[in-house]
Design a protein around this ligand. Structure first.
Ligand code: C5P
Length: 227
């Protein structure tokens, strides 16, 4: 499976809906993050569903197991297709969430954010060792907790598939075309690299949303991904 998910990182519904219209019928997956969901709420999700789009609701839940499981129950009612929790919340939390989501909602675990560097992980978060190793062990924990896959960088996707199986999904942000700025992302890769390195879902925000022609950039990403 190789898909491009466009991150609708906008302050309100209107510019997001405009982008969806600009890209047109080739768009299948969108990601709604905290900024837009906290502003527009479930009615915006309904608008997306009426357009027959697949929706990844990126709220990165991280709390005690009971609270996260109850939050997942609320999300089930929205009818989104994919959502996520932080793997650092631990196995019990992930398993409780996975039990609620079951086969109704794909649940993905966030390993290390693609904005996190090796230095930040070691010094600021006091997590020793190599970043890649941390991502891999969090992915294994997510697999043991019955999640459907993980959010990771394109550099770890192939290794995760090797350890967790080919069905275990890799959802990868931090995607930039060769000519783009990194912005606040650290571990960035191109859609072509993602396509060649076991990435199932490439999550792309600013490289598409800030482009002069979002549709052209979206089509370029699909073409590169699906080598
Ligand atoms: O604009 P850009 O392509 O950097 O956007 C990436 C999107 O993916 C943002 O919406 C960000 O919240 C999200 N994301 C991420 N790293 C993760 C998980 C999600 O960048 N580990």
């Amino acid at each position: 499976m190789k898909e491009v998910i466009v991150a609708l990182d906008y302050p309100e519904a209107n510019p997001a809906l405009k982008l969806i219209d600009q890209i047109g019928e080739d768009l299948t997956w969108v990601k709604v993050g905290m900024q837009l969901y906290y502003k527009e709420g479930p009615k915006f999700i309904d608008q997306l569903k009426s357009k027959k789009l697949k929706i990844f609701l990126d709220l990165k839940l991280h709390d005690i197991p009971h609270t996260v499981a109850r939050a997942c129950e609320s999300l089930l009612n929205l009818g989104v297709d994919m959502t996520n929790v932080h793997c650092l919340g631990g196995k019990e939390m992930m398993a409780a969430a996975a039990e609620v989501c079951s086969d109704q909602l794909q649940l993905i675990g966030v390993t290390q954010l693609t904005s996190t560097s090796q230095r930040q992980m070691n010094q600021e978060m006091s997590i020793p060792g190599e970043l890649e190793q941390s991502v891999l062990s969090l992915a294994s924990l997510a697999k043991e907790s019955a999640l459907s896959g993980v959010v990771c960088s394109s550099f770890e996707a192939a290794l995760i598939k090797k350890h967790c199986g080919s069905e275990f999904l890799s959802v990868c942000p931090g995607i930039r075309f060769e000519e783009d700025a990194k912005d606040d992302q650290v571990r960035v890769a191109s859609p072509k690299f993602a396509g060649e390195n076991s990435v199932d879902f490439a999550v792309i925000g600013r490289s598409i949303t800030k482009a002069n022609s979002p549709k052209d950039k979206f089509l370029q990403a699909i073409a590169e991904m699906r080598i």
